[in-house]
Design a protein around this ligand. Structure first.
Ligand SMILES: O=c1ccn([C@@H]2O[C@H](COP(=O)(O)O)[C@@H](O)[C@H]2O)c(=O)[nH]1
Length: 270
């Protein structure tokens, strides 16, 4: 099954638009992991098991693993999701982008080395840099459009032909790059009006929406502005607010409660 088919099936079968972000920070792990040489894997595995029921996708962020030299844990975690929670797609958040010949290696990294179902991609280098990702029709390509960070507008809002650059990205992806139907867009929860604008441009193209939870994005505004007509179309992503909901022995239970609470809040406004 392709990424898009898995995602749509998961939205409906599990009735959830929550994407659980996996951003390991060992300093925030509960004390029991201090002496565990495989803590990055073990902590994330527990979070995955606790939150799977509420997840339409998992999103490991590659820098959080690479900085810890924990690429092996990342590989095993993606395998673990596929084996223990089949049907929940994994989005590797690596925001890759380079000339085509190098991009091909980023494609292999995400899909062949790590086995991810989708990957985040930076459109800044243009069509040929994203093409190797687009060609993997069974995998998802999640293109940065209007990111959640405070400085997102520095470049993404620059006017080109009278319209902000992020709107051009949205239009290009929806009209030109999505021939295989495997594209989605990153639009931050912290920008409600931009969510609405991008939705109006791209129709039913799914959004990965980081920025709720620790970054303070408003869930009601996200859902109201960005859901599709059938009440789906979103992967509302939260990492720290779920992962580190408790630093005590109840960390997994607290993560489950946080994920369930986000799912319920989203569903209230769908
Ligand atoms: O625009 C973007 C794109 C990616 N991210 C990533 O999402 C998570 C957010 O973590 P929280 O703890 O829920 O704030 C993180 O991995 C970012 O690298 C983003 O925040 N904004």
């Amino acid at each position: 099954m392709s990424f898009m088919q898995s995602l749509r099936q998961r939205w409906h079968s599990a009735d959830t638009l929550v994407c659980v972000g996996l951003d390991p920070e060992p300093a925030k792990f509960p004390a029991r992991f201090a002496a565990d040489g495989d803590a990055v894997f073990a902590f994330n595995r527990d979070i995955i098991d606790a939150t799977a029921e509420y997840a339409c996708a998992f999103k490991p962020q590659i820098a959080h693993f690479a900085a810890l030299r924990a690429e092996d844990a990342l590989t095993r975690l993606i395998e673990y999701v596929h084996a223990k929670h089949p049907g929940i797609p994994v989005i590797l958040d690596s925001k890759r982008g380079d000339i085509g010949s190098t991009a091909q290696h980023y494609v292999s990294e995400a899909f062949d080395r790590y086995g991810a179902d989708a990957v985040t991609a930076n459109p800044y280098l243009g069509r040929d840099s994203v093409q190797p990702f687009l060609d993997r029709a069974d995998r998802g390509v999640v293109v940065l459009c209007r990111t959640s960070n405070p400085g997102a507008g520095d470049l993404q809002d620059l006017l080109v032909d009278g319209r902000p650059l992020y709107q051009h990205v949205a239009e290009k992806v929806a009209r030109d790059w999505n021939g295989n139907g495997n594209c989605s867009l990153v639009v931050g929860a912290t920008w409600p009006s931009q969510l609405r604008e991008v939705r109006a441009i791209v129709g039913d193209v799914p959004f990965l929406v980081p920025g709720v939870g620790a970054q303070g994005g408003d869930v009601e505004a996200v859902v109201g502005n960005a859901k599709t007509a059938d009440g789906t179309g979103l992967m509302v992503s939260s990492s720290r607010a779920i992962l580190y909901a408790s630093a005590g022995e109840d960390y997994a239970q607290a993560a489950a409660i946080a994920a369930k609470s986000l799912r319920d809040q989203i569903n209230r406004y769908r």
